[in-house]
Write a protein that binds this ligand. Structure first.
Ligand code: FAD
Length: 411
């Protein structure tokens, strides 16, 4: 949005349709609550929503409340940015057992998403996390954290209370590659290493040892015994999942070493699959897609025959798939807006689309319970007040947000 406002100046008019009752997407319901400086991006996004050139409608599900193809009737161009949060299936025998959960569900819960529910993982003593990207490491860190270190974060108090009474005392994080080529970043490992009350063990299969590159060195530096009776993290490199075992619920995970093919059985009562997400069913029919994200040319959406769909653009994870953080998204959005600007300039001024506010009138006519920036301001005030009352920076009052937002606008 910022790229759009900067590029098109005072006369542009942007209408945002958002399924959730709060803005920010994964910046709010993904980035870990204890990564407070990174989460500030959500504030920046919120400020942009209050720009006088922007109209916003929360609680609008594009695809249900309004059909994908209808949107172009109301605007000169439509930019899709619905993300990629559909969990990739684990795809090994036993993946359907109770006790197997997907990372994105766990993340939704600990960030206070309205649909988040208390995960089973809290009842396990040993947890295996499959996938050692930054999301897998975030989950390990949150599960093992000293609850007092989370007290001043945006994590809901109910989540903090559940974490402090959880049974988890060991998390084993598994990744296929050796430490030098692991999916996580060095800074995530260093964030783990900063928690001195956790013992960290690094295990590699034969041949998957670090070879002295920066990432491998960070992993080696993180290893330490930790206090007796303390919580423990095992970073296991060079293993892939083969089977989840159990009767009604998980009792172990069988993994195979990627170097020599040996099978190892890890006893655990919970398995968390942190193996990535994709656009799932979010991609409209007829659009081209690759590996769960939209087929595009510099942000211009292509159909399944590779032709550009008029005035339709894509950005963020829906465009690139579930990888890259805030900085990558910024560059990605700039590319999409530049393409859009070039296309509009080439098409000339003759447009017969309805006014963007007409889409809001149409939603009203259809009886969709949406609220706009007035409602969002009321939600924001309520959240901050709740945060002040509990001595924390802010707590999401997500479940109540719809009622507050609608009430503030007299809907
Ligand atoms: C667990 C986790 C931790 C992360 N940690 C970091 C980090 O520390 N640092 C970092 O830089 N990045 C981090 N990221 C990545 C960062 O969150 C993403 O790069 C970024 O949020 C992607 O932005 P997006 O707009 O493409 O998608 P999203 O943030 O998913 O936003 C999509 C928006 O579209 C809305 N939407 C979806 N479907 C519809 C629909 N049908 N109708 C209307 N609206 C809809 C959603 O509600 C959402 O608001 C993390 C991601 C995850 C999952």
């Amino acid at each position: 949005m910022r790229a759009l406002l900067e590029r098109f100046g005072p006369d542009v008019c942007v209408t945002v349709l958002e399924k959730s009752t709060t803005p920010g997407g994964l910046a709010r319901f993904g980035i870990a609550p204890d990564h407070q400086s990174t989460r500030r991006i959500a504030r920046t996004l919120e400020a942009i929503l209050l720009d006088h050139r922007v109209a916003v409608a929360f609680n609008v599900d594009v695809g249900t409340d309004v059909r994908a193809g209808e949107l172009n009737e109301y605007a000169d161009a439509v930019i899709w940015a619905t993300g990629a949060t559909h969990p990739r299936p684990l795809g090994v025998p036993g993946a359907g057992l109770d006790g197997v959960e997907y990372a994105i569900e766990l993340v939704r819960w600990y960030t206070g998403h309205p649909n988040g529910t208390r995960p089973h993982v809290l009842d396990a003593t040993r947890v295996a996390v499959i996938g050692n990207g930054n999301v897998g490491l975030d989950i390990a860190r949150i599960l093992l954290a000293d609850p007092t270190t989370l007290a001043s974060t945006e994590m809901p108090t109910t989540v903090q209370a559940a974490l402090s009474s959880s049974s988890v005392d060991e998390v084993v994080v598994l990744g296929r590659k050796e430490p030098d080529r692991a999916a996580h970043s060095a800074s995530e490992v260093l964030a783990l290493a900063a928690a001195e009350d956790i013992g960290i063990a690094v295990e590699t299969c034969a041949g998957a040892a670090p070879s002295g590159r920066f990432l491998g060195r960070a992993v080696e530096a993180a290893a330490r015994p930790g206090p007796a009776n303390g919580k423990r993290l095992v970073l296991r490199y060079g293993f892939e999942p083969v089977e989840v075992r159990g009767h009604d619920s998980v009792t172990s995970l069988v993994v195979r070493g990627t170097c020599e093919g040996e099978l190892v059985e890890i006893e655990c009562e919970s398995v968390v699959a942190a193996i990535g997400t994709d656009g799932g069913g979010q991609i409209p029919a007829g659009w081209g897609s690759v590996d769960g994200h939209v087929l595009h040319s510099e942000g211009r959406v292509l159909d399944d025959a590779g032709n550009a769909i008029p005035a339709t653009y894509v950005t963020g994870w829906m465009k690139r798939g579930a990888s890259g953080g805030v900085g990558t998204n910024k560059r990605c959005a700039q590319q999409t807006v530049s393409t859009l600007a070039r296309d509009l300039a080439a098409a000339g001024p003759s447009r017969d689309s309805k006014s963007p506010s007409a889409i809001l009138e149409e939603l009203e006519r259809r009886g969709v319970s949406y609220f706009g920036s007035e409602g969002w301001r009321a939600v924001d005030r309520a959240e901050r007040a709740e945060g002040r009352a509990s001595g924390a920076f802010r707590r999401p009052a997500a479940r109540e947000a719809l009622a507050i937002g609608l009430g503030a606008e007299g809907r």
